[in-house]
Design a protein around this ligand. Structure first.
Ligand SMILES: [Zn+2]
Length: 341
């Protein structure tokens, strides 16, 4: 399945930069040791201030930790070896809590940094930073670089991926500030950037334009949530400009059924894009945004095991080769995650 002629070959199985390491909850590992990787997942999604003041009725911390540990242990049995937790600031990130899960599970967990906002940042950022009331350097840059180089919140767990968000509001002033800080942190550390995008608005193109202007090599960027789209010319354009696309919402059948997500991946494989796609679910073991009781009724396939259980067999049945699957699940994540300095 290689027809593509428009984009340069950036290498497959040996495409990870030699000597790179990937920071995980258990410390640095070699990119070659990552194995099958889910590059866009969430262990726990919350809202820290709400959780303190108005805990969700379905939340029970020790039960949630035990449940996540069971699910991730089962995932290892299904052949997955690494899960990237893209729960950044704004989504209730609590690395100490995830570390309690990581201690119990055989899969590698990778933490991330960045800021999840589609519109405005909290007031703290309005008064801190160059030219602002309190002044000082931009705290976003300090947070992102510190999370990557030193570790998150004193845990020693270092972030392996950066995440930014643009949505219907476009690149607002605060979103631009987050993206600029992510670009700076990326350039200092080599850690790749992923995005939350809205493919129905084709805004991955705006993300690419912004990041390119900020000096980011687009081959170091994953345009996330592209799996929500069936717009082949749009998706090809993002990949032809150098980026990898996240076919990263398998199981979100309330947005697009998995059969149609699979059909798009198969079409792009036929067009030769095996080295530009990554597969994931954007699932969560617990999310207060869409709590377990809602998911059980409305999105029964939206869980960490969906890709190994249902999607890989559908891809193979539809004509993908085992090598195509390895490219998307092993080589491409290793190439992206493995070039941090
Ligand atoms: Zn996500």
């Amino acid at each position: 399945m290689t027809d593509r002629t428009t984009a340069p070959d950036r290498g497959g199985r040996d495409g990870g930069r030699p000597g790179g390491v990937v920071q995980t909850f258990r410390g640095p590992v070699s990119p070659a040791a990552l194995g099958r990787t889910l590059i866009h997942e969430h262990v726990f999604v919350g809202s820290t201030e709400l959780d303190v003041n108005h805990p969700h009725p379905e939340w029970d911390e020790s039960a949630a930790i035990a449940r996540a540990a069971r699910q991730l242990t089962e995932l290892y049995r299904l052949g997955v070896r690494t899960v990237v937790d893209l729960t950044v600031l704004g989504l209730g990130r609590d690395v100490a809590r995830v570390a309690r899960v990581a201690q119990q599970v055989p899969v590698h967990l990778v933490a991330s940094t960045g800021y999840y906002t589609s519109n405005v940042l909290p007031p703290f950022f309005g008064t801190h930073g160059p030219g602002r009331l309190v002044g000082g350097p931009d705290p976003l840059v300090e947070f992102f670089v510190g999370d990557i180089e030193v570790g998150i919140a004193g845990s020693g767990v270092r972030a392996g991926m950066l995440k930014v968000v643009t949505d219907a509001e476009g690149i607002t002033e605060d979103v631009a500030r987050v993206m600029t800080a992510a670009a700076v942190a990326h350039q200092q550390t080599g850690v790749p950037i992923t995005t939350h995008s809205r493919p129905d608005l084709r805004n991955g193109l705006d993300q690419q334009a912004f990041l390119r202007a900020a000096g980011v090599d687009l081959s170091r960027v994953v345009i996330g949530h592209c799996g929500d789209s069936e717009d082949i010319p749009y998706l090809r354009g993002l990949m032809d400009a150098g980026s990898t696309i996240g076919m990263d919402r398998f199981g979100m059948e309330h947005v697009l059924p998995d059969e149609r997500r699979v059909a798009v991946v198969l079409e792009l494989l036929r067009l030769g894009y095996a080295d530009r796609m990554v597969l994931s679910h954007d699932a969560a073991s617990f999310s207060r945004v869409t709590p377990p009781s809602w998911r059980a009724v409305h999105a029964p396939n939206w869980n960490f095991g969906n890709i190994p259980r249902r999607i890989v067999p559908m891809l193979l049945e539809g004509g993908a080769s085992p090598e195509d699957v390895d490219r998307m699940m092993i080589d491409n994540p290793a190439r992206l995650l493995g070039s941090a300095r």
